[in-house]
Design a protein around this ligand. Structure first.
Ligand SMILES: Cc1ncc(COP(=O)(O)O)c(C=O)c1O
Length: 382
């Protein structure tokens, strides 16, 4: 059997990882500023994480949601505490798309309405409703098309108000920082406007924190910068440091009923052990503070490059918008300097490293980036 060929992959076989470094099968070291797409939050093979998963595996790896799983309650308590939303309720699932799917569905159960507002540039996943609220027709199959989704231009308050006036809105879904869309920070005033319109029209405010959440920006949810609460927060990526786990954090005003949501794998013992290990390390090592400090340093330094169009982001979620002549920058960083980064179209380099990235590694990147940009300037001048 062959693999279903859907990923344009780099010819690199990563066999080992330690902290912010990974190694290929030839022993080549790479600096990982991508974290496998914002997933590695506490660093590869963190000793506490490895031990907690190993210990759990020796006890029990999985049992279904038909029995008590005290680890789920421990995770809920810890997550409530670290996120500062202690009165919220936790539903566990397995991925970001699934978290958004559950959030949109729960909102509709809650207010018995159908229409959802999403924004231009949004990415919320690839399952049916998650992809329907994603602004990329190329990945929406005919079966996913629906009249229930209204796309409003990003940060257009007048258009948002109009969408509310003309439709019976169930929920609004928004990333605190658009990730796949190219690192665009949602303005605080826009998030506040969503909150107030959701209050007026009894709609549910869904904060997609799958990529921008879990401490990456220096606050637990990047939406928190606006000083208003969402009704549902969705999360995944950094939550398990590579172990597949997702969740929604649900306001106390939304009440649960048996059968409303459900999953086979969500909240299993191993997943909860991974989730707890991540939060324990985040707390113990003050990783949100580190993300804020090292992120601010990187952003300040990157803004000094004259060749860069714009540097966007917060904490350790950074987009470097480059002119077209630097289209090769990501590949040069990877193949000449052995640094993994992400990208968004047309020409944005995305940095999504582990939250314990050191200043020394940030400097290693800045030096390599300087070389990449300078060699491009020499080429374009010659
Ligand atoms: C903001 C956002 N939401 C949802 C998702 C979907 O997550 P998953 O790939 O775990 O389904 C992603 C993935 O990139 C994302 O960036």
């Amino acid at each position: 059997m062959k693999l279903f060929d859907v990923y344009p992959i780099n010819p690199i076989n990563i066999v080992k990882g330690v902290g912010s470094l990974v190694y290929d099968d030839k022993g080549q070291e790479y600096l990982d500023l991508y974290g496998g797409h914002a997933v590695i939050s506490i660093g590869h093979t963190h000793p506490h994480y490895v031990k907690r998963l190993e210990d759990q595996l020796h006890q029990i790896g999985f049992y279904s949601n038909s029995v008590e799983i005290p680890l789920q309650k421990q995770l809920a308590e810890k997550l409530g505490h670290v996120s500062g939303k202690e009165d919220y309720q936790l539903f566990l699932c397995n991925s970001g798309a699934e978290a958004n799917e559950n959030a949109l569905k729960l909102a509709s159960f809650y207010n018995s309405k159908k229409k959802v507002i999403a924004f231009t540039g949004a990415f919320h996943g690839r399952t049916s409703l998650a992809v329907a609220v994603t602004d990329n027709p190329k990945i929406v199959a005919p079966v996913n098309e629906t009249d229930n989704v209204i796309f409003v231009p990003w940060n257009d308050e007048a258009a948002l108000e109009e969408a509310f006036e003309n439709n019976d809105i169930s929920s609004v879904i928004i990333e605190g920082i658009q990730g796949v869309g190219g690192i665009h920070v949602a303005p605080e005033s826009f998030l506040q406007k969503i909150r107030s319109l959701c209050n007026t029209y009894k709609a549910v405010f869904i904060a997609d924190a799958v990529q921008c959440g879990y401490g990456r920006t220096g606050k637990f949810y990047s939406h928190d910068f606006a000083g208003v609460n969402a009704d549902i927060y969705t999360m995944a990526k950094g939550m398990g440091n590579g172990f597949p786990i997702g969740a929604i954090s649900i306001s106390p005003k939304i009440q649960a009923a048996y059968g409303m949501l459900g999953t086979t794998f969500g909240g299993n013992h191993l997943a909860c052990a991974a989730g707890l290990a991540v939060l324990e390390v985040m707390e113990q090592d003050n990783l949100m503070q580190n993300a804020a400090t090292v992120g601010a340093y990187l952003i300040d330094e990157l803004k000094k490059f004259k060749q860069v169009n714009e540097v966007r982001g917060r904490g350790l979620m950074i987009g470097i918008d480059l002119p077209a002549e630097f289209a090769h920058a990501k590949k040069d960083l990877l193949f000449k300097h052995h640094i993994f980064t992400g990208e968004s179209k047309p020409n944005v380099i995305r940095l999504l490293p582990a939250l314990n990235l050191t200043k020394a590694y940030a400097d290693r990147f800045l030096e390599a980036f300087n070389t990449v940009l300078s060699s491009a300037t020499v080429l374009s001048n010659s």
